[in-house]
Write a protein that binds this ligand. Structure first.
Ligand code: ADP
Ligand code: MG
Length: 682
């Protein structure tokens, strides 16, 4: 993910530099930002006679005995004596250098945890340091750094001390700003964290609530905000074709819809309408829980492009979803005399050629498709608006590819996501985007009832399916996720399909999975949409976006294997019509702690934002932002749960610094990202 800057690439990397790079350290500044995980107190000596078992202590004495014994296994045993007593030291793995340090008569300090062993008190694998009598004790706590094989703590410590001497420790935060935010000074904070005085509160250091930690975390967040804010501002320097609202087509679509927009939808539409009328490219994230009605918002935006004679493209991550969008848009727009064309990887050559021609000629203004849209053969010269559905499913590059379809100008971009993003996450990692939120579901939905059922009771679940379908409803049965292999998941799906078909002879059961040819997949999905298939057995291919309002029961097998966001998505496939819906999660005990926490969360709440928040807690932001911004370095020190106040403060401070202290803002970027800040401009 992180690329080393040029200067290290240019010459052969030394072993040391290689190890440092593994830790993400490329220069002195990086060393100073490599902060300790914890500390050990070597500022004091404990008399051997006074040591208590279970606590880490430092003792000093003379080696009075040392031998390598071979039984019960090879080990080095030594005895250390001071005026107050004797302590055994034991090493199961040791280098010759340790044997040398422990020769009889040598004076050493040993640091470690004392245990009561067979032969009295002992330390296993203590840290040993040769000393002369009366040698001064360290004046600071000893930092323990995150490290890697072949890089000793002592070596890291020396490097850090050298880095302190060679690096500018200038405070890059303007004084007034720093005081206003009541933040500690930079140099003081760094020195404190690398070399805390003996009386420092270990707990404030450990939970990172100490003012020194707050200062570091603030600056880390500030660097992130500055880079994203810069990207945001730079975008406005690009040109886009303004697409002012003309209302001709969108008004007719609204009039023809069988429903009125929710307040949240209207707000989002207003925001988008205003944005794409500008001459710089919109970059907006539309997030709304499953079923919140993002598609119609996208359709209205796309129409606005068409009203201006420009093209709009909607890209979806799967064939099923792309095709569903195509149908929906066609149903809405054909009555208005607007043709929607469709591109997918599985299309027949002739059909595809025809579509490509229509697109290239600019006859087709609205295009829907999968990744097939970004292939070189697709000429979207008049692309005014690009919509990316389930944007987290695409990589940065794929989204950029769509943008690069147009020469000289940028299309407006609307990214949609059904994975709600917790507020703090949006405020930090997504600060380069504008965000519209659909925080309201269309009226008339009944809440989904979620049930947890142990695998031993699956026959009851089968009965439930029978009952639901007898009442004219439909059901999904999602097969377990098998991480090791798609093939296994496929086999499980086939087995499940067969056993359910046998158990429910009165129902028509369908099977859909990723290995089906798109044609076959479409046939099954069509039958399900029409209601000809009652029960649809599926792998996770149906996870995103499938919309069949008559389906009211969702069964998920081995639910403990799924991620929170994924189950929430799957559950969102039901509860789309007026009928009471339920979601049955079949799990196989015993549950892991994390599995239990996930099921508990999904059981307790239907609120996508709350689920996202818990997901963030359980998994951290890494997986969360996924491919969206693989160029954005993850936060190392700040924590989006505990440091909300710092995120907010950093946001304001970033604006102010860019406006009033642009040089200091740049210097902060260099300090935190070195040559890598370019990566942020995705
Ligand atoms: P998602 O946000 O998950 O993509 P969709 O756009 O697929 O949701 O919408 C879910 C369902 O709700 C669709 O059947 C859609 O036609 C319907 N819908 C959208 N907006 C409204 C509304 N304002 N009132 C009633 N139904 C709506
Ligand atoms: Mg959708």
């Amino acid at each position: 993910m992180k690329k080393p800057p040029e200067k290290i690439d240019a010459k052969p990397v030394s072993a040391l530099a290689g190890r440092l790079q593994k830790l993400g350290i490329y220069d002195d500044s990086g060393l100073l930002l490599h902060l300790p995980l914890r500390y050990e107190d070597e500022t004091q000596l404990t008399p051997i006679g006074g040591v208590a078992a279970g606590l880490p202590v430092q003792v000093e004495g003379e080696i009075e005995h040392a031998e390598i014994v071979l039984r019960p296994r090879r080990q080095l045993l030594a005895r250390l004596r001071d005026d107050s007593g004797v302590l055994s030291l034991r090493f199961l793995n040791f280098y010759p250098s340790v044997v040398k340090q422990l020769e009889i008569g040598r004076r050493v300090r040993a640091f470690g945890e004392v245990r009561s062993g067979f032969w009295g008190e002992e330390m296993i694998h203590p840290r040993i340091q040769p000393v002369v009598a009366g040698q001064a004790l360290p004046q600071a706590l000893t930092p323990i750094y995150p490290s890697t094989a072949g890089l000793a703590q002592s070596a890291l410590r020396k490097l850090v001390i050298r880095a302190f001497a060679r690096t500018s420790l200038q405070d890059l935060l303007p004084e007034a700003l720093r005081r206003g935010l009541r933040l500690a000074g930079w140099e003081r904070s760094l020195r404190f964290l690398h070399q805390p005085p003996p009386n420092a509160s270990q707990s404030a250091l450990e939970d990172r609530s100490h003012p020194a930690w707050r200062r570091i975390k603030f600056e880390e967040l500030l660097a992130q905000q500055i880079s994203l804010r810069k990207a945001y501002v730079e975008r406005r320097a690009h040109h886009a074709t303004p697409l002012p609202a003309r209302g001709t087509l969108s008004g007719r679509l609204l009039a023809g819809l069988p429903f009125a927009l929710t307040g949240a939808q209207s707000r989002a539409v207003d925001e988008i309408v205003r944005d794409i009328a500008q001459e710089y490219p919109m970059q907006r994230l539309l997030q709304g829980d499953v079923g919140s009605g993002k598609t119609v918002v996208a359709a209205l935006a796309m129409l606005q492009a068409a009203e201006n004679g420009m093209q709009a493209a909607l890209m979806a991550p799967t064939e099923i979803l792309a095709e569903q969008h195509y149908r929906k848009l066609t149903a809405w727009l054909l009555p208005l005399g607007i043709e929607v064309v469709w591109l997918s990887g599985s299309q027949k050559k002739r059909e595809r050629a025809m579509m490509l021609e229509k697109i290239a000629a600019g006859d087709a203004l609205l295009v829907v498709g999968t990744h097939a849209l970004i292939e070189d053969s697709v000429a979207l010269e008049k692309l005014g608006l690009a919509v990316v559905d389930e944007q987290h499913r695409f990589g940065v590059r794929q989204r950029l590819a769509l943008r690069e379809k147009v020469c000289g100008r940028m299309p407006h971009m609307l990214m949609m996501s059904a994975t709600p993003i917790p507020r703090t996450l949006a405020m930090s990692y997504m600060a380069d985007l504008d965000v519209s939120v659909l925080d309201e579901l269309p009226p008339g939905r009944t809440p989904i009832l979620t049930k947890l059922v142990a695998d031993s009771r699956r026959h009851e679940v089968v009965d439930r399916v029978r009952d639901a379908c007898r009442e004219g409803r439909q059901a999904y049965w999602v097969c377990p996720l098998i991480e090791e292999s798609d093939a296994l998941q496929l086999q499980t799906a086939i087995d499940t399909y067969e056993s359910l078909s046998a158990a429910l002879p009165e129902l028509t059961v369908g099977l859909v999975h990723g290995r089906l040819k798109p044609k076959e997949k479409a046939l099954v999905m069509d039958a399900f949409v029409r209601g000809d298939v009652h029960l649809l057995v599926a792998t996770t291919v149906i996870e995103v976006g499938v919309d069949v309002p008559n389906a009211s029961l969702m069964v998920i097998e081995h639910a403990e294997r799924f991620g929170l966001a994924q189950i929430h998505q799957l559950r969102g496939r039901v509860g789309r019509g007026a009928a009471a819906s339920s979601c049955v999660l079949i799990y196989v005990p015993p549950l892991s702690e994390n599995g239990r926490a996930r099921l508990k969360a999904i059981y307790e709440t239907n609120d996508g934002f709350e689920i996202a928040r818990r997901d963030l807690q359980l998994r951290g932001p890494g997986e969360f932002i996924g491919a969206r911004q693989s160029g954005v370095p993850l936060l190392r020190y700040a924590d989006l749960e505990c440091d909300v106040d710092l995120v907010e403060a950093a946001r304001g401070a970033a604006e102010e610094m860019l406006a009033r202290f642009p040089e200091a803002a740049e210097a902060i970027l260099v300090r935190w990202y070195g040559g890598r800040s370019q990566l942020l401009r995705a």
